[in-house]
Design a protein around this ligand. Structure first.
Ligand code: 5AD
Ligand code: SF4
Length: 440
């Protein structure tokens, strides 16, 4: 068999983007699969999918229909679904689309070469077993970007929020060993990477049995070992975000002072129905503690509008919590019932137009807060990691501060290069972006 070309398209969260690198690593290591970055000449097109909301799945179905054009050009083209949708739907996928011949769940990527081999011989391949131990810690991810890397330190989730499909598509929590994480960051540093984002559905529950390492302990070890690398992490759960983690963040300059802490709803009644395990008061107490220990930091969150039985009063409590905290940024969604979850059995009784209205209200308030918070940055100087030309032109470059804000700055003399750290004085800001001048 000659080398076969595989094109992987990724949807959804950062964990999926990392998983694509793991899957690419596994396939390319065989020597008979080559990963390519556009679909026209592909022998295989794999979609790495997300199930968290219905529209994420609709996007993938629409994409499969579009892929017919490539099938017309190459009748031997094989199309596969991998990731969360593959896990959720299993062989039902084949009833939904006769174009799909391969289905691989997030814990089965080691079997991908065998499944792709078999599909070349005409078999239909399904691998969807979830594992209690798989962490892919011995797999070398195939990374394309040379500055900022994702690194999953744990997989799965044990929280079972009532609306969320993740515990069913990604299974139970399990952590990678400390040593394997340190080894991987060492390689990243050697290859010129300047930033690593530690990923997990709930990084605060990271625990390596073999070395008794907790998440704050892990952060301290890698921050100390790699002072030149910026360290970020997502996502935290308000129940598990400990003071020790905040102290660890405060101890090291290279741990980025940015926290993503989803609150989902400001109403205690809804939080209980969501099975979030905390109250609004607990959430506010955590934010107060973050403010006390870290002082200078940025905070973002996730919010769901229109959960079953949500009243106007509940919704107002969400708006009111936003007013109380003033987040720097937020990911905002309308509730989407997912089959198999607990809340799927609750009556989805907030009308669609009302959900959209509430969501828009949340988005408008957040935009106002983001703009206000960004404008407070004017006059300050931040260390920015230069990522490259902005979308608009080659002269204006973009980069990020440690607190994860995008900064646009002038590079007309071409003195700043990919990966440089530059000090930028912020001169202008809107709700999404800061603008500034590089300081000599
Ligand atoms: N409907 C809407 N939003 C959801 N999320 C997870 N499940 C759902 C759902 N069924 C959101 C939560 C979570 C983020 C990753 O996606 O806000 O934090
Ligand atoms: Fe889903 Fe809740 Fe786990 Fe986050 S903490 S992945 S929302 S179940």
């Amino acid at each position: 068999m000659g080398t076969k070309k595989v094109y992987i398209e990724t949807y959804g969260c950062q964990m999926n983007f990392y998983d694509t690198e793991i899957l690419s690593g596994i396939l390319s290591k065989t020597g008979h699969y080559e990963i390519i970055d556009e679909p026209t000449t592909a022998d295989f097109i794999l979609l790495n999918t997300c199930s968290v909301r219905e529209n994420a799945e609709t996007t993938v179905y629409n994409r499969i229909i579009q892929l017919k054009q490539y099938k017309k050009q190459n009748k031997n083209l094989l199309i596969g679904l991998v990731g969360c949708m593959a896990e959720r739907l299993k062989d039902e996928v084949f009833n939904k689309s006769d174009l799909v011949k391969i289905v691989i769940g997030p814990d089965e990527y080691r079997r991908a070469p065998e499944i792709l081999d078999n599909s070349l011989a005409g078999d239909i391949g399904v691998a969807v077993r979830l594992s209690r131990v798989e962490t892919y810690e011995d797999i070398e991810p195939l990374r394309t970007h040379g500055l900022s890397a994702w690194l999953a330190i744990m997989r799965g989730c044990n929280h079972f929020c009532s609306y969320c499909v993740v515990p069913y598509t990604r299974g139970r929590e399990r952590s990678r060993s400390l040593q394997s994480i340190v080894n991987e960051i060492e390689k990243l540093q050697l290859n010129g990477f300047k930033e690593v984002t530690l990923l997990g559905q709930n990084v605060n529950s990271y625990y390596d049995n073999s070395s008794n390492t907790t998440f704050p302990h892990l952060l301290r070890i890698i921050a100390r070992a790699f002072p030149q690398i910026r360290i970020r992490y997502v996502t935290s759960h308000p129940l598990d975000l400990s003071d020790d983690l905040l102290y660890a963040m405060n101890e090291f300059d290279n741990i980025c002072n940015y926290i993503h802490l989803p609150f989902q709803s400001g109403s205690n009644r809804i939080l209980k129905l969501m099975n979030r395990g905390y109250t609004r008061e607990h959430y506010i107490e955590r934010i107060k503690q973050i403010t006390k220990i870290l002082q200078n930091f940025a905070l973002s969150t996730d919010i769901i509008a229109g959960f079953p039985t949500e009243t106007i009063e509940d919704h107002n409590e969400t708006l009111n919590l936003m007013e109380e905290i003033h987040f720097d940024g937020a990911f905002m969604f309308k509730y989407s019932p997912r089959e198999g979850t607990k809340s799927f059995k609750m009556l989805d009784d907030v009308r669609e137009e009302e959900k959209i209205r509430r969501l828009n209200e949340i988005i408008a308030l957040q935009n106002k807060h983001s703009k206000e918070k960004n404008q407070k940055e004017i006059g300050k100087i931040y260390e920015v990691l230069a990522e490259g030309p902005s979308k608009k032109n080659q002269i204006e470059w973009m980069g990020r501060t440690k607190h994860n804000k995008v900064v646009i700055f002038n590079n007309d003399k071409n003195l700043i290069h990919f990966g440089n750290q530059v000090n930028v004085l912020i001169t202008k800001a809107n709700s999404a972006t800061l603008f500034g001048d590089v300081q000599d």
